[in-house]
Design a binder for this molecule. Structure first.
Ligand code: COM
Length: 525
């Protein structure tokens, strides 16, 4: 299907994409300039967030990129199976939480658990996901003017040659952005129906689970687990390490961790830490019926369930590229790159989930852009070792910089500005502050659910070195706080306290800092 001279609108794109997804033999979608045998500045293999942003940036700089993707849409797993459904489910979890807590209070109706359904929300997502796909294709073609070949799997021949849809494409550079897929450990029984992960959940779920055992303690495990539980599906997380103490998360403050994990338990989730899944057992109907787990004590228990969700991490789709190119790859499957996203093979770059670091959107997009700018001759490096992080339970949880414990290892005078404060006898469950969850309805009706926040300051330099927040609406502030505190000159408590806060905002660091900033000798608050 050659669309170079066509200009499908969003509805037309939606139909083209849906038809392509429905038919395994559907034809490739071509948006290619007419010249014969062009030499591209780069072929982006994979048009996910990294490839799409990298190609768009290269085009904007005057280069000639081509994106090839096996899916009939751009944007990759984000709109299809990953971030977008995750955010839909997390938002639903938060709404369900509120409906339950406020059932028959004020203007809230009686909560009807029979209407809270994982399957309904999966169907809602499937019915709507095409609009994001359509927009990615429309924007990339009509507004960003990037050439692409979709619904065609690329085969890497060598570092300047890729084939797809029966054609050969030549490029000065290759940018590998083929993403990552969930990996499952080697446990007997994982092939049973009813064992799903974040990919197969949206593609395959066809019944309403009543009970769920989650294997793994990753962010995905916590986020999806909180959603399942909020729908009324009795959820148990089985994790080797304590939640939020996994290697993939850094700078997690212990008080924040407690607030989050205690909150999950308070909402009825079972969290078994230090435990190893031994096997998954089937029932008479052929579907999963229980999971045998070895507890920290060595005892083995059977957890009855009709749904197992795997939250054990992801691995890059790297085999074909490694075999064809000989690029260096770590044991984890991540491609080795320098700060310019250059692999061990000249002219070959890797981006997004293919490389080390968090599998998050900012890294995907910025690594794609870094590759593009490097190819276009700019002297640019991207260091993704420090970044603001977040996850959702039924709370939104956001953090950046050092935890209190990390700060105490580095600085002799650490000052903590925190809400609720840790003051003996204060009776903090009745303190409606920081009124960060939702916000005022909780503050007045359920003060104990009002969130948590902590600012970590180096008392000597007066610099903010960490910020931690549990509660709705902090993510926006944290992307700016991240920039401010990681500048060479940093951000002092005095500068923070002199900002113009929009009263009432969900995080109160500006006003709390101002209350202390007048003192030459900072104290905790
Ligand atoms: C977001 C996908 S859903 S992309 O980063 O805009 O390509």
């Amino acid at each position: 299907m050659d669309l170079r001279d066509e200009h499908p609108n969003l509805g037309e794109w939606n139909r083209i994409i849906e038809a392509s997804l429905a038919d395994p033999d559907s034809e490739p979608i071509l948006n290619l300039d007419r010249d014969t045998d062009p030499l591209y500045d780069a072929v982006f293999v994979g048009g996910g967030a990294g490839g799409r942003f990298g190609a768009a940036y290269m085009k904007a700089m005057g280069g000639r990129p081509l994106i090839i993707d096996a899916w009939p849409f751009l944007g990759g797993s984000c709109p299809h199976q990953a971030c977008v459904p995750h955010h839909l489910f997390s938002e639903a979890a938060e709404e369900l939480d509120r409906m339950r807590w406020f059932s028959e209070e004020l203007f809230f109706p009686k909560f009807d658990p029979s209407r809270a359904s994982i399957l309904d929300l999966v169907k809602l997502f499937l019915a709507g996901r095409g609009s994001a796909h359509a927009f990615m294709n429309w924007q990339t073609k009509e507004q960003l003017d990037v050439e692409f070949l979709l619904n065609a799997r690329a085969t890497i021949v060598d570092r300047t040659t890729v084939t797809a849809a029966g054609r050969t494409f030549r490029a000065k550079n290759l940018v590998l952005g083929m993403g990552a897929r969930p990996v499952w450990p080697d446990i007997p029984g994982l092939d049973l129906p009813g064992v799903l992960d974040w990919v197969s959940l949206v593609e395959e779920l066809d019944y309403e689970p009543q009970r769920c055992v989650i294997i793994g303690g990753s962010k995905v495990a916590m986020e999806y687990g909180a959603f399942f539980n909020a729908t009324g599906c009795q959820t148990t997380i089985v994790s080797r390490s304590p939640l939020m103490r996994t290697r993939s998360l850094h700078h997690v403050d212990e008080d924040l961790r407690h607030y989050v994990v205690d909150g999950m338990r308070k909402r009825g989730m079972t969290i078994i830490e230090g435990a190893h899944p031994v096997r998954v057992n089937g029932g008479r109907d052929g579907r999963v019926a229980s999971v045998t787990v070895r507890l920290e004590t060595g005892e083995e228990v059977d957890l009855a369930t009709d749904f197992v969700f795997m939250g054990t991490g992801e691995r890059p789709t790297v085999d074909q590229a490694r075999d064809a190119l000989g690029i260096d790859v770590l044991d984890t499957g991540r491609v080795v790159v320098n700060k310019r996203m250059q692999t061990s093979v000249p002219g070959v770059y890797a981006i997004g989930d293919m490389i080390d670091g968090p599998m998050e959107m900012f890294k995907a997009r910025k690594s794609g852009v870094t590759a593009a700018r490097t190819i276009m001759g700019e002297d640019i490096e991207f260091d993704y070792s420090e970044y603001p992080d977040f996850l959702h339970t039924t709370y939104e949880v956001t953090w950046v910089g050092l935890s209190e414990a990390e700060a105490r290892e580095q600085f002799s005078d650490v000052v903590i500005i925190q809400m609720p404060p840790t003051v003996k006898g204060l009776d903090t469950p009745n303190l409606p502050l920081p009124c960060a969850e939702g916000t005022m309805l909780y503050a007045f009706s359920k003060p104990e659910l009002s969130g948590f926040q902590k600012l970590v300051v180096d008392g000597d330099s007066r610099r903010v070195v960490g910020a931690h927040h549990v509660g709705y609406g902090a993510k926006d502030a944290f992307q700016y706080l991240d920039h401010l505190i990681h500048r060479p000159e940093g951000l002092t408590v005095d500068q923070l306290g002199w900002m113009n806060e929009l009263f009432l905002n969900p995080e109160h660091f500006v006003q709390l800092s101002r209350l202390r900033a007048g003192s030459s000798d900072l104290r905790d608050l």
